[in-house]
Write a protein that binds this ligand. Structure first.
Ligand code: FES
Ligand SMILES: [Fe+2]
Length: 424
């Protein structure tokens, strides 16, 4: 990838091409549980290169405003969350959830000139989502399956990843790596073990990919040998601009991610599990709370920094690597991924990479993002703004050897939330 494209895709601050594009979608900002109580403690939210502050106001509404006071720039993190607004601790200016200044004790007439940024928020799937784009372009809220299910069917966590959202997200699109770095994890992990899918995955590491570009993003079809008369297809979805839905494993909860820039060099990696047809079991909840599956253990509660991180070589165990208990010596799906992705540097040197045929989906996703970002600057509306298009599922299915998975997906996964779940 050339320098221009690399920079366009990885610069996400206000006014950049990609930053402008991302601000046309609802952005996952923080977990609802981080601001559980009305008038409770406010939290800092770094997002898309901006420093923001989230709080729940007295009416129970989630609010996201600029972190800093318009008077002389004090952080409102040190302010008071009271009576439907945040009051700066320094000279008492008060801002409501829209960022409007509602009180200047020393000079009431100045109020109308003192506003700060405030972004509209919605809460779905246990996440506070913010809309950071032009007011007249606000799309309908997200409708991914995990956003619209009852609370007891969804489990959401996030973690800080020390690299660009792009190379983190490319790990979610690059399903070819599963047969390597995760090879020994699938059998032992409680959120993956004991399903037929693993037999097919392990028996055939030479995956053949088909890709379909569609209105919401990309559908990725990975083909492995199934039964003598069938192929086993794993269908992974990439939803523009940052969602991935993982092909399922038997009866286990479905899984997915959102890859959201904190700034150019770090991202929020959101991990979501959900059961489409009933509550998550106690067994599943226990495993996820312990950091199993696609979740992690944290360095300290509330830090969102994983315990296995660059400062401790991701707790890599060379003996486990030698004994084939962990392919890279790192344990845990997420740690296996982010250890390798962070090792590329905060922004990978894209000019030096030498891509292979298995990288075709990544190339297509980069192209779609680049086209949308540069197109927007020329007045072309971005794709996938209609949230109804997000009502799609991933799948794992055995199909006759002469069947086209793309045809199959058109009839069985389109408007997929109304259809049976395909998973083996
Ligand atoms: S700096 Fe906030 S009120 Fe003075
Ligand atoms: Fe992975």
């Amino acid at each position: 990838m050339n320098k221009e494209m690399s920079e366009t895709l990885t610069r996400v601050g206000p006014g950049t091409l990609m930053g402008n594009l991302m601000r046309r979608y609802w952005v996952p900002a923080l977990m609802s549980s981080e601001i559980a109580q009305p008038d409770g403690p406010q939290v800092r939210v770094p997002l898309l290169g901006e420093k923001l502050l989230a709080f729940r106001n007295s009416d129970g509404r989630a609010c996201l405003i600029d972190e800093f006071c318009s008077h002389r720039g004090v952080s409102l993190y040190f302010g008071r969350n009271e009576e439907n607004g945040i009051r700066c601790a320094y000279h008492g200016l008060k801002f409501n959830g829209d960022g409007q200044c509602v009180e200047v004790p020393s000079a009431p007439q100045a109020c109308k000139n003192m506003h700060i940024k405030g972004y509209p928020c919605v809460e779905r799937g246990g996440i506070v989502w913010a809309y950071m784009g032009p007011a007249d372009k606000q799309p309908a809220p997200p409708e991914l399956e995990w956003c619209v299910l009852p609370e007891n069917q969804v489990y959401v966590t996030k973690r800080v990843q020390a690299c660009s959202y792009l190379q983190a997200m490319e790990g979610g699109i690059d399903t070819a790596h599963v047969s390597y770095v995760h090879r020994y994890e699938v059998d032992n992990d409680p959120m993956h073990q004991g399903c037929k899918a693993l037999d097919y995955i392990k028996a055939d590491g030479n995956v053949v990919f088909e890709i379909e570009k569609n209105s919401f993003g990309l559908s990725l079809f990975g083909r492995r040998n199934g039964e003598p008369d069938s192929y086993y297809w794993r269908v992974t979805q990439w939803l523009f601009p940052w969602f991935t839905l993982i092909a399922p494993f038997g009866e286990h909860a479905l899984g997915g991610h959102v890859w959201v820039p904190i700034d150019d060099h770090q991202c929020w990696a959101w991990s979501i599990n959900w059961q489409p047809h009933g509550p998550l079991s106690d067994h599943e909840l226990e495993a996820m709370r312990a950091g199993k599956g696609i979740h992690v253990e944290y360095e300290a509660p509330g830090s969102f920094v994983p315990r296995a991180n660059a400062s401790n070589d991701y707790l890599m165990d060379r003996v486990a690597q030698k004994e084939k208990r962990a392919y890279s010596g790192v344990f845990g799906f997420s740690a296996q991924d982010y250890s390798l992705q962070e090792s590329m540097g905060p922004i990978q040197n894209h000019e030096a990479e030498k891509l292979l045929p298995t990288d075709r989906a990544i190339v297509m996703a980069r192209r779609m993002l680049h086209d949308a970002a540069t197109g927007l600057a020329q007045g072309i509306e971005p794709p996938a703004l209609d949230s109804r298009e997000q009502r799609v599922r991933p799948a794992g299915v055995l199909l006759p050897r002469d069947a086209s998975p793309i045809e199959w997906a058109r009839t069985h996964l389109a408007d997929g939330l109304e259809r049976p779940l395909y998973s083996i």
